[in-house]
Write a protein that binds this ligand. Structure first.
Ligand code: SF4
Length: 191
């Protein structure tokens, strides 16, 4: 059984795929405890892999994009089985991870790593998207791990003006490598 917080249909508000309709599967629990975390990833219900696949269909119909998020979606033993079942159901699986836990992932899975403290270098290398949270500073200590990435997203924590200003200035100073990522779903009041 998987431990879950919520399943809902919305749009991806952040990063490369911003604006794309997606079903979110929020897996309960996290292996970190970041001070700025504003995500409710508390356990709300249990479900089998098959039930989650069915609930994704009920929530989003034929929506091709499913985002496994958390908490930390790779912290549960059955996440790999869920990924395979969703792919088998014709979905494109995206994972939003803190990058601390190593997992073998199929090549068609989109992996966004947003480092908070330590990062497994294999997950940094595997990532399709690196998203650094700017909270009073740009966490440059993570940059060497993502040396091979063409683009790195800078996301101001909480859409706070001071963090936006900092991220914007950093992106403009390094335009070949950095992009601003805003939490656009919060601007329009959706989850
Ligand atoms: S890794 Fe993400 S979900 Fe986990 S505590 Fe930190 S901010 Fe929250």
């Amino acid at each position: 059984m998987l431990q879950l917080a919520e399943i809902f249909y919305s749009i991806q508000g952040e990063g490369t795929w911003a604006g794309t309709p997606a079903v979110f599967v929020r897996i309960a629990g996290c292996n970190l405890a970041c001070s700025f975390c504003d995500t409710d990833y508390a356990l709300k219900f249990f479900a089998s892999v098959e039930d989650v696949v069915r609930m994704v269909g009920e929530a989003g119909g034929a929506c091709p994009m499913v985002i496994l998020t958390g908490g930390e979606p790779l912290a549960q033993a059955q996440t790999g089985a869920l990924i395979d079942a969703l792919r088998g159901d014709g979905r494109r699986v995206h994972i939003e991870s803190n990058g601390t836990l190593y997992a073998e992932l199929p090549s068609d899975v989109w992996l966004c790593v947003s480092p908070k403290e330590r990062v497994d270098p294999r997950m940094a290398a595997r990532s399709n998207e690196a998203k650094l949270i700017v909270d009073g500073r740009v966490p440059e200590e993570h940059l060497p791990l993502f040396a091979g990435k063409a683009t790195i997203l800078l996301q101001p924590e909480g859409n706070k003006p001071a963090n936006i200003e900092l991220a914007l200035a950093y992106a403009k100073a390094h335009p070949q490598r950095f992009r601003l990522s805003l939490q656009t779903h919060k601007f329009i009041g959706v989850r």
